[in-house]
Ligand binder design. Structure first.
Ligand SMILES: Nc1ncnc2c1ncn2[C@@H]1O[C@H](COP(=O)(O)OP(=O)(O)OP(=O)(O)O)[C@@H](O)[C@H]1O
Ligand SMILES: [Mg+2]
Length: 307
């Protein structure tokens, strides 16, 4: 990926990967996550999104090519893995695949404890992460007795407690109600404000258009990468990728076809933006979800082991 001028924090260079009992998913894949850019990864079922996230976060090792952090190859040694884990953290789609400790607090403390941090620092990180995710009251609750949305938050808190520079989330909004989705976006906005780079997969093109700076679309001949408005405005690419057109792009097209204001320039990403572009009151222009949980330091000190 070449979007933006910031150097890649983490990147795959000429990476190949095939499952032992499955397909070859990638050949010669070059893909970079740049610091400070919100990146949405899109593509149809089975296009390789989860595989790509696992390659980026070290859960799968490329069979050819390499993974790099800050331009340096991640080797198989323990020090390299620790560097990776304090740089990039993956939150799986299904929280039940991620949570394993008896209580929320224990689960969130696992990663920082494995870094060998003193107890008091671990406690502080757990506290901050639970606060950031709005689940401080659930600290002593057994994870298996939580609702799906609460388990998702607990899983994200576990990754946040590692203070990664890049937080990678696999379909984080799937299974959340609208309120839960907005809350999650607030949480992510807070993390982004404190310097965390966020990458997420989603099937929701409207969410991607509203939330992301850049998009990466997995489709034959791809991945296709670039500013989210450009990619999601490309109907031919969307059709190839099996994605529908975002609502805002469709609305802008209708306005344009009727020679109405608001049809030119960037497509609206929210109803308020549409009103604003069309010259009606009620639109405040483009806005991101408000920061709800800032204040977390973005980087972790290196330690001897990872989560
Ligand atoms: N553990 C596995 N063993 C064998 N093949 C696998 C395995 N996991 C995924 N695959 C295959 O690799 C390809 C990419 O799968 P992947 O899970 O990365 O897709 P995805 O884009 O995340 O899909 P979805 O939108 O359904 O989550 C698919 O063809 C899938 O069947
Ligand atoms: Mg997947």
């Amino acid at each position: 990926m070449t979007t933006g001028s910031a150097p890649p924090v983490v990147e795959l260079a000429e990476a190949g990967y095939g499952y032992e009992d499955g397909p070859t998913v990638f050949r010669g894949l070059t893909f970079a996550v740049r610091g400070g850019r919100a990146l949405a990864l899109l593509g149809r079922n089975g296009s390789g999104k989860t595989t790509l996230l696992r390659l980026l976060t070290g859960g799968l090792r490329p069979t050819s090519g390499e993974l790099r952090v800050d331009g340096v190859r991640v080797g198989p040694g323990r020090a390299a893995l620790t560097r990776l884990r304090t740089s990039v953290q993956l939150v799986l789609q299904d929280p039940d695949d991620q949570l394993f400790a008896a209580s929320v607090g224990q689960d969130v403390s696992f990663g920082p404890m494995n870094l060998g941090l003193p107890e008091e620092q671990v406690g502080r990180r757990v506290e901050e992460s639970l606060e950031a995710l709005g689940i401080a009251a659930l600290r002593d609750r057994p994870t298996h007795l939580l609702s799906h949305g609460q388990r998702k938050r607990a899983a994200i808190a576990g990754a946040v407690a590692m203070r990664p520079r890049v937080l990678v989330l696999d379909e984080p909004t799937a299974g959340l109600d609208p309120h839960g989705q907005e809350q999650l976006l607030d949480v992510l906005a807070g993390l982004q404000e404190s310097g965390t780079t966020v990458v997420m997969t989603t099937h929701d093109v409207d969410l991607a258009l509203r939330w992301a700076d850049d998009a990466a679309i997995l489709a034959p001949g791809g991945p296709y990468t670039g500013p989210v408005g450009d990619l999601l405005g490309d109907s031919a690419l969307l059709a190839r990728a099996g994605l529908r057109q975002p609502w805002g792009q469709a609305a802008a097209r209708v306005l344009r076809a009727h020679g109405l204001p608001g049809g030119e320039g960037d497509a609206p990403r929210t109803p308020e933006e549409l009103l604003s572009l069309a010259g009606r009151p009620g639109g405040a222009g483009r806005s991101m979800p408000a920061a709800g949980a800032g204040g977390l330091p973005a980087q972790a000190p290196p330690g001897p082991a990872g989560r």
